[in-house]
Design a protein around this ligand. Structure first.
Ligand code: CA
Length: 222
């Protein structure tokens, strides 16, 4: 899952981004409202963490413009504006959640996790596909009860495929959602992670559960 952190206070921006990367999210950073809108137009994000007091374009205007383009993307406002009127305005204008600064990082992560779960209509923390199971909270996968020792990127690929198991997902889409935009990703890097993931699954399941449809993409099979 890929997130955009919109925050003009550099130190806070770095802390949030680093913290969320540890949880396995791909994270991009924007320093002001204008940059946020530009990055939103150029990339596919699953969720945006949005500060309100921003240079160039105010956070509320950023929110309105995002909502004009995209109803699905999750937006969590993270702001020092704590008045109830501000919170109501934020939610009325399309934010999915509102967290007031100062905040507890664990709470931020928990709220992000909940919003992303809603986005993909996961009622449970656990997703299964045949004998394959992933725990989206612990970021763990196992097959028939045997844990698969996956790296963060491998887990990210597998989670995206499990969430979209009815679709063939292109390599570009997987890269968009699993890697942050700063990474200059060579397709070999992606292929390396994908092949390592497939190997780890087939070592345990004795079958190649991730189908590669040549020229189209990947789909998880039963
Ligand atoms: Ca600010």
């Amino acid at each position: 899952m890929k997130l955009l952190i919109v925050e003009d206070e550099k130190m806070l921006q770095t802390i949030i981004a680093k913290g969320l990367k540890k949880y396995g999210y791909a994270v991009d950073k924007a320093d002001d409202g204008e940059m946020a809108l530009q990055m939103f137009m150029e990339n596919e994000y699953d969720l945006i963490v949005l500060d309100l007091n921003l240079p160039k374009v105010d956070g509320m205007d950023v929110l309105r413009q995002i909502r004009q383009e995209n109803q699905q993307i999750k937006v969590l406002i993270l702001s020092a504006r704590s008045d109830i009127e501000d919170r109501i305005a934020g939610l009325d204008d399309g934010a999915n959640d509102y967290l007031v600064k100062p905040f507890d990082f664990k709470e931020l992560e928990a709220r992000i996790r909940c919003l992303l779960r809603q986005r993909v209509v996961m009622d449970d923390l656990i997703l299964t596909n045949g004998l394959l199971l992933i725990d989206t909270k612990k970021k763990m996968a196992c097959y028939d009860g045997v844990p698969l020792e996956l790296t963060k990127k491998e887990y990210g690929i597998l989670e995206y495929l499990m969430v979209h198991k009815d679709e063939v997902v292109s390599a570009e889409t997987l890269i968009e959602h699993v890697w942050d935009s700063e990474v200059d990703l060579f397709s070999n890097t992606f292929k390396f992670h994908m092949s390592s993931l497939r190997k780890k699954i087939s070592n345990v399941s004795n079958q190649d559960l991730i189908k590669n449809i040549r020229g189209v993409g990947y789909q998880i099979g039963n």
